[in-house]
Ligand binder design. Sequence first.
Ligand code: MRU
Length: 371
Amino acid sequence: MADHGVPVVRWADTPEGPVLALLDQTRLPAEETELICEDAQALVAAIRALSVRGAPLLGVAGGYGVALGAVRGHDVADVADRLASARPTAVNLAAGVRRVEGAHRAALDDGAGAEQAAAAALAEARALHEEDAEASERMAQLGHELLGDLVRRTPMRLLTHCNTGMLVSGGRGTAFAVVSQVHAAGELQKLWVDETRPLLQGARLTAYEATREGMPFSVLADGAAGSLFSAGEVDAVLIGADRIAADGSVANKVGSYPLSVLARHHGVPFVVVAPVTTVDLATKRGADIVVEQRPSEEVTHVSSPYAPYHPEARGERGGGIPVAPMGADAYNPAFDVTPPELVTAIVTERGVISPVTSETVAGLCSPSRTT
Ligand code: MRU
């Protein structure tokens, strides 16, 4: 489990009944505070506000949300539908939700009573949580080995985008877990942290995690990455993923695709680190991935945990500081899609694929493949 003073997600039994307690990521790095969700509706709001976020953790939280609905005696199918559709791009969310819903339904089909079926749902959510922690540990090792092959220079200068560490996982995370492994081996010269506009997951969250781990790092404005590449200051790019299509296209935080183009131009490896649950064979091509569009105000206003953005106060006092004329429209896709030919390798807990093609992605997901 993540080594935080406040766990990123925690099931808690209170005198009023069970709740899901989340480390509220909108408040980081200013405060480590918990957001208490008493029901699925509160969890859906927390997911939309990005209080809980990042693909693997969305799956874990969604799974617990279904268990919460079951334990509280709510309509589990309805709860599952609402949770699964809270955000559209990270496939882990719907996968986690459906897995726990399936365990609940199977228990009922086997003749369990409501209480036993709810217990089965909670056990499945806990199993998902544990598996995610184990997967991140394995990805950290495999990613570290891969970098040893790809990068001829140590210590390394690695560049990452968005946030992919303990805050997005039951364990150490995805791309950041690899960076952490490199650092633990004494092989990290510098972590370049893209600030990740508009919601600053890099500046707020990755810099927070890097600080906690004592890593050498610098935050940069997203647009500064090009000059870093041209100065020869990046040895590899490591990012996570929200959905990997059957053809190997990778949806990740907006700004990832431009990095892949820069990396290719400068001959730098571009490595994606994600658990197999992020691969969605039902999504055939990158163009089929639904990219979440978020409110204009996230772009036209800036906010920080020291001056929080409140979605319900769009453009008004409390909605951040305007940086564009009031009422300005904005283009705000939360993710972009990198085509497989620009991805050097995908690291999963089941192994590494390179090159990234429909065939290697299918092989990764084949039931016969275990490591
Ligand atoms: O909108 P967010 O903050 O949920 O986006 C998160 C990302 O894009 C991460 O890079 C992705 O989920 C991979 S994390 C393992």
